[in-house]
Design a protein around this ligand. Structure first.
Ligand code: PCA
Length: 218
């Protein structure tokens, strides 16, 4: 693949909330350098910190000029792959981030829209994951913590980049994490990697989808 091959940027987060690992980090690392639908995957890991996460994302967007951005995060307790539909312009942290910061009821970007839709073809992706027997669902909220902040900041940054899709997917705990949280579902890393490869494949090859045209929600 040449340097000019278009890039699909995949981000994960470092571990947070007392967990020793974060599956989203492991997926981004595993996919780095792979080729999917004629795109070179650049995998990157963002810090689970308000502010620093977005300032780590911005230079990646400038440097790689990706054709597609898929941000990933861990949502412990969720059953399967969660395809996030909406990013909201709000931080309301229930737990501190990795620096101990816990902002409550603040906007992410002043004077920006209240929310943005994902521009990934999430329904087509959902069908593909179900066809592969991978547990998955649409989610109407990415929460109000660091993941939602990155999702919102991403959609805001891409709002005028025509044809560049962006969105967010939450993944559940790994089996070894789930074992430490009574009743929480887990999913093997290999299944998650397959799922995210499918997300990228569908997003890079689907040309029409109702959500693709969707923009800001005011
Ligand atoms: N999940 C958190 C932040 C980092 C991560 O992987 C969230 O859902 O906000």
């Amino acid at each position: 693949m040449s340097k000019r091959t278009p890039v699909a940027l995949v981000t994960g987060f470092d571990p947070f909330g007392g967990e020793p690992v974060n599956p989203s980090q492991q997926i981004a690392v595993a996919l780095h350098g792979q080729t999917i639908a004629a795109h070179r995957v650049v995998g990157a890991v963002l810090p689970t910190e308000f502010g620093a996460s977005l300032s780590a994302l911005q230079p990646l967007l400038r440097r790689h000029r990706p054709a597609l951005v898929l941000a990933l995060g861990q949502a412990g307790g969720r059953e399967g792959i969660s395809l996030e539909r909406v990013a909201i312009n709000l931080i309301d942290a229930r737990i501190p981030d990795n620096t101990g910061s816990q902002p409550v009821d603040v906007r992410i970007v002043d004077k920006a829209a209240n929310a943005y839709f994902s521009t990934l073809p999430i329904k087509a992706i959902l069908q593909r994951l179900h066809a592969a027997n991978i547990p998955a669902a649409l989610s109407q909220s990415a929460g109000t913590f660091v993941c939602n902040q990155v999702f919102f900041g991403l959609q805001h940054a891409l709002r005028r980049r025509r044809g560049v899709r962006g969105g967010f997917v939450h993944v559940p705990y790994l089996p070894e994490q789930a074992a430490r949280h009574t009743g929480a579902p887990g999913m093997p890393l290999e299944t998650m990697i397959t799922a995210i490869r499918l997300c990228l494949e569908v997003a890079l090859t689907t040309t029409s989808d109702a959500h693709y045209a969707a923009g800001a929600l005011d």
